[in-house]
Design a protein around this ligand. Sequence first.
Ligand SMILES: *Cc1c(COP(=O)(O)O)cnc(C)c1O
Length: 240
Amino acid sequence: MNEAQRQTRLSDNWQAVVQEVQAATAAAKRPLDSVKIIGVTKYVDAETALALVNAGCQALGESRPQELWKKAEAVGVAEPVEWHLVGQLQRNKLRRTIRYRPQIHSVNSQRLLAAIVEEARAQSQSLEVLLQVNISGEANKTGMMPEALQPILETHLDSQNDELVKVAGLMAMAGWGTDSEEARRQFAATRELRDEMQRRTGVALPELSMGMSGDFDVAIEEGATMVRIGSRLFAGMLEP
Ligand SMILES: *Cc1c(COP(=O)(O)O)cnc(C)c1O
């Protein structure tokens, strides 16, 4: 595939995803601009990530910090491009990661949140993060058990670091091999958990990062404000 073919294919894929997201948003009777598409570029190189930006995608996501650094160097972090870290963040990767000002979707412990606060302070850099919740209850899933959320939110509020590092909402993934009705139940449970945490703590949690290539339509129906889409955007471009 040459460069022009790649750009054409990406633009077609991007337009198709935008239309499907808009259709799902309209079907859910939600405002069309209430769902952000994050293009997850973990399967492709930095050039292809840049081509995706040229196709119209302005929010990029990576699951590994090193890949985010590499692609953020190549693609840039200036407006309109924004970065999202959707995979696990090790504390020894924090310093470099925060320089690119990503939204971090994968905060999965009090300890990690405290380390992010410390580093944000050191770099005088405000950040937005999401708490990742293990909504499927699978032992091998990353993310916190639902009952861990309230103490973390309350401790963060009490520490008065909530301006510097804003907890903006929750992130969740449907369990492996779930059909769309089971995924829907898990996304609905995530939204209900968010509502309950808002009520109990008074922290505004407007963002729900949920839905990937295979289940973004049901996620949107259940209230997702960010969908993280990878393979669907690169259909026809990746090695089988
Ligand atoms: C890879 C990945 C995605 C995108 O998955 P696709 O099924 O390829 O769309 C979304 N979220 C996270 C956390 C990922 O690791």
